[in-house]
Ligand binder design. Structure first.
Ligand code: HEC
Length: 156
């Protein structure tokens, strides 16, 4: 009985260690996936706003408001665990993140703050008509672009 218990304890300890060792790598993988998912959700929600502003789809106050509300919520997600040190293009092939993020974290954080402000401003007016939506979209789209310009590999 005693032996069995200690064997079990050892097995449990080994399991715990086994799980703990690759955890950092797993955290990095899931952080990259999670931040890209958050970005995808932002793109999904800015989509109808851009479509309406350009006249590709008809202005719809309810849809515009819902998209802007969602954008605010997604932009508010805490980014603290997204940007695991070293998870950039020079170390991994599943990311477009540039090392500059970790070279100037304060500026990166300020770009995120700008996005949150712009999403909040859009939320205020998205349901108030096409002209109001168009008026805020430049600022909102600009907040995405300002960060991508410095911190994301460009498409070309
Ligand atoms: C604070 C900086 C920042 C802001 C603000 C920002 N992005 Fe990003 N975005 C990034 C970075 C960095 C990546 C690359 C992430 C990666 O590949 O790990 C990215 C990637 C993306 C991707 C690709 C996701 C994928 O699956 O690879 C999309 C789409 C995207 N962003 C859309 C947006 C939209 C839309 C906005 C504005 C509403 C926005 N982003 C605002 C930094 C930002």
């Amino acid at each position: 009985m005693k032996i069995r218990l200690s064997t079990l304890a050892l097995a449990a300890a080994t399991l715990t260690l086994g799980a703990a060792l690759p955890a950092a790598a797993q955290d990095a993988d899931s952080a990259v996936e999670a931040r890209q998912s958050a970005m995808t959700l932002m793109a999904f929600n800015i989509g109808p706003l851009v479509g309406m502003a350009r006249g590709d789809i008809e202005y719809d106050a309810e849809l515009a408001q819902a998209a802007a509300d969602s954008l605010v919520h997604v932009s508010m997600i805490d980014h603290g665990r997204f940007w695991v040190e070293g998870t950039h293009i020079e170390n991994r092939d599943d990311t477009e993140a540039l090392p500059a993020i970790w070279e100037d974290p304060e500026d990166f954080a300020s770009k995120l703050a700008d996005l949150r402000d712009a999403a909040g401003a859009m939320q205020e007016v998205a349901g108030d008509g096409l002209a109001a939506l168009q008026g805020e979209l430049r600022n909102l789209g600009g907040s995405c672009g300002a960060c991508h310009d410095n911190y994301r590999v460009s498409d070309d």
